[in-house]
Design a protein around this ligand. Structure first.
Ligand SMILES: Cc1cc2nc3c(=O)[nH]c(=O)nc-3n(C[C@H](O)[C@H](O)[C@H](O)COP(=O)(O)OP(=O)(O)OC[C@H]3O[C@@H](n4cnc5c(N)ncnc54)[C@H](O)[C@@H]3O)c2cc1C
Ligand code: FES
Length: 295
């Protein structure tokens, strides 16, 4: 299933940070609860600083495969924050326990070992790379999908880009990370059960924003469950708003070898999400409803 060639615009975003070959053993430096999720941190002594939107393949050094051999393969995780210091790069990950791999990662203890491969994949672009008149950014996060938007927001703010942040949660159990990952910045919240912010979908907040000037002056960046991403994709394509989506698909290898992460392109053909994504242009994909992804 070859990926379609020449079907997507290229930008500086393709100046991705390249992973060193092989996996590296990192030391877990922290793990804390945030609402219904956990944030764990690891010190990557030998790896480069990632760009926002890139991901890592992760597995615990011990007791990986403890549930009758599951999980066998490493699991894909977006980097939520990265801070370079003398001892290495501190990487933060936001995890939702949905199965054997995420359960083990959510349970990591300080000083344990964590195998990492990465950073992998294509990062987010900056607004000016998507359009010369795009000065601002609108971030739209759903559930645990707010992870890559946290590091993206910080990197945008550091470059002086005005950012508006919209975050939606299903219910209280499936929420968390806003204060820890976004700090003191203003975040507009929505929840389907009304436990916080606007009662309804975060995409309703986005639709209101796009009624105004934002549709012509800002790029949209989204990460979250497939149904939310598909709503963002449809809204932005219909209104001709530049948008990038950080997507998920089942990933066995993470570096282009297995073709397990194929996503259909609007122009026909497929891309491998691990190498041509996970950040994709909303206009280039046929749908964000990728079979086998989302939970
Ligand atoms: C690029 C990328 C970045 C990701 N970032 C994060 C993150 O920051 N935090 C986080 O908690 N999770 C993230 N995920 C999802 C995470 O990799 C899956 O939840 C994990 O692989 C599930 O493994 P498991 O062994 O716990 O459960 P499994 O038993 O393997 O799966 C449990 C459920 O999750 C679904 N699922 C499995 N793999 C994926 C997948 N890759 N994407 C979506 N749904 C899946 C399955 O359909 C099943 O319903 C990311 C996935 C990708 C591809
Ligand atoms: S995960 Fe193997 S090719 Fe993408």
């Amino acid at each position: 299933m070859p990926p379609a060639a020449g079907s997507r615009p290229r930008s500086d975003a393709d100046a991705r940070v390249i992973a060193p070959p092989g996996r590296r053993l990192c030391e877990v430096t922290g793990n804390r609860q945030t609402g219904g999720y956990r944030i764990f941190s690891a010190l990557d002594a030998a790896g480069p600083e990632p760009r926002a939107g890139q991901f890592y393949m992760l597995s615990a050094a011990d007791a990986w495969g403890q549930r009758s051999g599951r999980p066998y393969l490493p699991r894909a995780f977006s980097v939520a924050e990265a801070h370079a210091a003398d001892a290495g790069v501190r990487l933060d990950f936001l995890v939702e326990d949905v199965g054997p791999g995420t359960e083990r990662l959510a349970d990591l203890r300080r000083d344990e070992g964590l195998w990492v491969t990465g950073p992998l994949g294509r990062p987010f672009s900056y607004p000016r790379e998507l359009g010369s008149d795009l000065a601002g950014a609108i971030l739209v996060g759903g559930g645990v999908g707010l992870a890559p938007l946290a590091i993206h927001r910080r990197q945008l703010v550091e470059r002086g880009v005005p950012v508006r942040t919209l975050v939606g949660f299903r219910d209280r159990e499936h929420s968390g990370g806003v204060e820890e990952l976004f700090g003191c910045c203003e975040v507009r919240l929505a929840s389907e059960d009304g436990h916080v912010g606007h009662r309804g979908y975060v995409t309703e907040l986005l639709a209101v924003l796009l009624e105004g000037d934002a549709a012509r002056t800002a790029a949209v960046y989204a990460c979250g469950p497939p149904a939310m991403l598909e709503a963002v994709r449809a809204l932005c394509v219909e209104r001709e708003v530049e948008a990038e989506l950080a997507m998920e698909a089942p990933m066995a290898c993470g570096f282009g070898a297995c073709y397990g992460c194929a996503v259909p392109l609007a122009a026909g053909g497929y891309m491998r999400l691990c190498t041509d994504g996970p950040v994709v242009s909303a206009a280039e994909i046929e749908t964000a409803l990728v079979p086998g992804s989302g939970h």
